[in-house]
Design a protein around this ligand. Structure first.
Ligand SMILES: [Zn+2]
Length: 400
């Protein structure tokens, strides 16, 4: 008669209920789950021992004796989140309630190769943890977004065009050995889509986030889950051919790609051809803000080009929300107007009837928020919690 696994079984399900606030007391948990009060107590004890939940002072009185309430302990562990771009990275430490505890934007060019880049990222994480008075044992997981295609099952980059030396590199294992926690890796646009979905409108079933920055790509939420495709290449809309780009050579080697006319890099190149100093997406937006009419015209036109491709995707996929993210989204209505114009004139009315088209609410933070969401969904999944409290149910409180 071994009791430990049984005592712990189902603790993860109770934690999920406490996290979303559907119940707070033993009686409420018993009522909601149909479990015996004694079973609920055993499972709660396992969660308290693992420090996943803590008793709270604000007891709930229902006429008789006040009942002890329990809440999810959001500060029990932390999540490390890294959103790596071509030249810059945003790194963040979050608690389990998705509050950003520390955040840093660092120069971290990925073309130096995986070891040098990830070495630096891990070092910065170490300093951020120090600053918070936390250490590696507090880390429950690491989420990483990379600027290229990733095989999500293995966490390895798959032929990433702008990441020399990264193809097939075991990012997950490499970071895992140094941090001692599970590591989840995805491409940057997927994690942005996940971040927007999970924190802004988690009740939306079908959402597309299109990132317009140096390149163009989109992340797809279908049935509230990320749709990655067979090889993790879903959403690569930047290389769809558009008529207006018939002369433009794309960095992928093809001619006529959307990215070759509507990306931040393409707009910056067009401005340079007119003698204006613009190195990338951010300069294009800065020029717009300074009142430059050529930048305004280019951004509006880029919106129409992106909208033209999205119109076909709206007909095909029928999302309820399209989110524009990436540096160019900072242009706000200047880019949205063009996107809307093309989608509403070229998609079918049934598909656009209840369609929302908006700019990203999370902005620069969408990537790290999404990377952390990806980790939490893994670490706080009921079966993961069941395993964690079953492995060492007698771990003393405060042992971490
Ligand atoms: Zn291309």
């Amino acid at each position: 008669m071994s009791h430990e696994p049984q005592t712990a079984a189902g603790a993860g399900a109770l934690l999920a209920i406490l996290r979303d606030g559907r119940a707070r007391t033993r009686a409420e948990l018993a009522q909601l789950t149909g479990l015996a009060r004694s079973t609920v107590s055993q499972r709660l004890d396992a969660l308290v021992q693992g420090r996943w939940v803590v008793p709270t002072d604000d007891a709930i009185s229902s006429g008789g004796r006040p009942a002890a309430a329990f809440v999810f302990n959001e500060s029990v562990r932390v999540v490390l989140a890294a959103d790596l771009g071509a030249t810059h990275a945003r790194l963040a430490v979050l608690d389990l309630g998705m509050t950003v505890l520390a955040e840093q934007a660092v120069e971290l060019p990925v073309d130096r190769g995986p070891e040098a880049t990830l070495d630096d990222a891990v070092a910065v994480f170490g300093l951020m943890l120090d600053g918070l008075g936390r250490g590696l044992p507090d880390v429950c997981g690491v989420g990483v977004g990379l600027p290229g295609p990733v095989d999500h099952a293995t966490g390895r980059p798959a032929n990433p065009p702008i990441m020399p030396g990264w193809d097939g590199f075991p990012v997950r294992e490499w970071i895992g050995h140094r941090v001692g926690a599970p590591v989840l890796v995805d491409n940057d646009v997927n994690i942005m889509a996940l971040g927007e979905h999970r924190t802004v409108r988690p009740d939306t079933d079908h959402l597309i986030l299109i990132k317009i920055g140096t390149g163009i790509g989109c992340g797809i939420i279908s049935g509230r889950r990320l749709h990655r495709g067979a090889q993790g290449a879903a959403g690569d809309v930047g290389h769809i051919q558009v008529v207006s780009a018939s002369e433009a050579v794309c960095r992928c080697g093809n001619i006529g790609c959307l990215e070759a006319v509507a990306s931040g890099a393409a707009m910056a190149a067009a401005l340079r051809a007119e003698g204006i100093d613009a190195r990338g997406s951010r300069d294009v937006v800065a020029l717009l803000r300074a009142g430059d009419t050529r930048a305004a015209r280019l951004i509006r036109q880029a919106g129409r080009e992106v909208g033209g491709v999205m119109a076909a995707i709206v007909n095909f996929f029928n999302p309820s929300t399209i989110v524009i993210g990436g540096d160019i989204a900072e242009a706000g209505e200047h880019i949205l107007a063009g996107v809307r114009e093309a989608i509403y004139s070229r998609s079918l009315p049934l598909a656009t009837q209840h369609l929302t088209i908006r700019a990203s609410r999370l902005g620069d933070r969408a990537g790290v928020i999404g990377a952390a969401s990806m980790v939490l969904e893994h670490v706080l999944a009921p079966q993961s919690i069941d395993r964690s409290v079953a492995v060492d149910p007698a771990a003393p409180v405060g042992s971490q």
